[in-house]
Design a protein around this ligand. Structure first.
Ligand SMILES: Cc1ncc(COP(=O)(O)O)c(C=O)c1O
Length: 547
């Protein structure tokens, strides 16, 4: 046996090989590929370590900021990735990982992604994408039709016309929201005979020309934080994303919205847009979109619906009415990497008017020339991958009826879970689900009964303790690695808007079943009664008995 160790070296020959020759069948990389294609679930199960390791420990494996001078073999890197990276990643596809919006993917997405990467198309311009450009326009058209249901002649006329765009494809919900409100801002301060428009003159020039003191965007307090980023990059300032109070059902308060709009108008603040949320991140709530459309019309502003999570509910004949009014929105965000079950990152924003995006058009002489079909002229991002191919495949392979089933089963399951929580003596349901997201907390019936009639001081003290308890339980359950729910903060009216930490569950993985959900509750009960060092239960008893 030879004791000499082989080292990789950088030569023209080895580079040529790296660019052209697949790895040997016996190599680690080939074994990984084979394992993934033969049994993806098995691969994830066996390589991701379930029990949590502290992030500061994990960081030690990624501490070196030096780019190595000498190359290593692909297999060496594959071994490193398996051991240090894959093992400490998160099993987002697990049916008991129900805490976030990232879940399992249909298997066909994997080999299709490989085709996408092999082709490495760049959607910024047709010279590097050719057929991918009409495909992307078709995908945008299909999702536009899902929302707006225009006629065949409308799509024949506009879908592939270089002078129009029915929407923009991007990397996710954040960029989709930015794109929608960028167009809204530019259209609100459009060029006139004696004004070059905000795109050229900037915000100060626009406000001066139009006679405003400022500009704002209004959304409920449950709006996603990407809207703050939007206000920041659009130069409006985050204070000008105005958070409107919600009612007991976590929906925007229409009275507060109307009042704020009147106040701003009187104050000479231009309302650029109202944003309705179809599926809030924390509670899955849908705002009253029809009524919001009326208010937007009254104040002559853009109406955007952030349907990053909830827009695919439109696939379900049973639940689509929950989104009534979405078809009146000027723009709608849909995150394909959420409920269209496409890998990250794929987001889309569709616009009711095919000319809305003209307000944000940019050209360059060497590419995206005026009049070309290059999509890069109307997207915030430059180079972009051919992700539309995966959305197209999802829409075709699963079809409307496949998505309908996924959506309906997710919502039905969430309602069943809500019932389980309501029927359980140890838990309090914190929001009645609309879609497939709900919140709850550990709160035994004897505490809940006490909270219903105790004085304010006792209620505040108990809720504070329960907040710490919820945080503790969520962390411990996550650490054990069997199941994962996330946590968030709400301010429910029934507790006089006191801050309340709750478990948050998102039920999008079709493989999550009622037994798994029951087990999650059972594990939480065991953890709550098992905790030795924190003695939350003893403190709870003392607080209840004291009042
Ligand atoms: C309602 C809503 N809008 C926007 C976003 C942002 O989407 P992304 O993370 O894809 O940028 C999210 C993400 O959770 C969301 O829930």
């Amino acid at each position: 046996m030879s004791l000499t160790t082989r080292h990789a070296i950088a030569t023209q020959d080895s580079l040529n090989r790296v660019f052209t020759v697949p790895e040997d069948k016996e190599s680690t990389l080939s074994r990984i590929e084979q394992e993934i294609s033969e049994n993806l679930e098995g691969f994830l199960q066996s390589h991701i370590v379930a029990v949590e390791k502290d992030l500061s420990e994990v960081e030690k494996d990624f501490a070196d900021a030096n780019i190595p001078n000498e190359p290593i073999f692909v297999s060496q890197q594959a071994d490193f990735l398996l051991e240090k990276l894959v093992s400490q990643s998160v099993h987002t596809a697990s049916p008991s990982f129900v805490g976030h919006m990232t879940s399992a993917l249909p298997y066909f997405m994997l080999p299709l992604s490989k085709i996408m990467i092999a082709l490495n198309q760049n959607l910024v311009k047709t010279e590097t994408s050719k057929s991918f450009t009409p495909l992307e326009r078709q995908v945008i058209g299909m999702l536009h039709r899902l929302v707006y249901e225009n006629s065949d002649p409308f799509y024949t006329k506009y879908m592939h016309d270089q002078n129009f765009a029915l929407g923009a494809f991007c990397s996710g919900g954040t960029v989709a929201n930015i794109t929608a409100l960028w167009a809204a801002r530019n259209n609100a301060f459009a060029p006139t005979e004696d004004f070059a428009g905000i795109q050229r003159s900037g915000l100060t020039g626009a406000l001066l020309h139009y006679g405003y003191r400022g500009a704002a965007i209004l959304v409920s307090e449950r709006g996603h934080y990407s809207l703050k980023k939007t206000a920041d990059v659009l130069g409006l300032g985050t204070d000008n994303i105005i958070a409107i109070a919600t009612n007991d059902d976590n929906q925007i308060s229409l009275t507060a919205l109307q009042q704020k709009c009147e106040e701003l108008t009187k104050d000479k603040i231009k309302i650029i847009a109202l944003v309705g949320v179809a599926g809030t991140t924390e509670t899955g709530t849908v705002d009253p979109l029809n009524e919001m459309a009326d208010i937007a019309q009254q104040f002559n502003c853009h109406f955007h619906v952030d349907g990053a999570w909830g827009a695919p509910t439109l696939f379900s004949k049973k639940y689509a009415p929950l989104l009534a009014g979405i078809e009146r929105a000027d723009s709608v965000t849909i995150d394909a990497h959420k409920q269209l079950y496409v890998p990250m990152g794929a987001g889309i924003v569709v616009f009711k008017s095919p000319s809305s995006l003209s307000g944000v058009e940019h050209h360059a002489n060497y590419i995206i020339r005026k009049g070309s079909k290059d999509l890069g002229s109307k997207t915030l991002e430059g180079s972009r991958p051919g992700m539309a191919m995966l959305v197209h495949s999802g829409l075709k392979i699963l079809g409307r009826s496949g998505y309908e089933l996924l959506i309906e089963e997710g919502i039905n399951k969430t309602h069943r879970f809500a019932k389980m929580i309501n029927n359980h003596d140890d838990f309090e349901l914190c929001n009645e689900p609309t879609l497939n997201i709900l919140t709850y907390r550990y709160c035994p019936k004897w505490v809940l009964d006490h909270l219903a009639h105790c004085n304010e001081a006792s209620r505040v003290a108990i809720n504070d303790l329960l907040n710490r308890f919820t945080k503790y339980l969520q962390k411990v359950q996550r650490g054990h690695g069997k199941a994962f729910v996330s946590r968030t903060k709400l301010t429910p009216a029934r507790y006089d808007y006191q801050s309340m930490i709750v478990f948050r569950v998102v039920l999008a993985n079709p493989l999550t079943n009622d037994k798994i959900l029951q087990d999650i509750l059972s594990e939480q009960v065991v953890l709550a009664n098992d905790e030795t060092e924190h003695t939350f239960m003893a403190q709870l008893r003392a607080l209840v008995q004291a009042n």
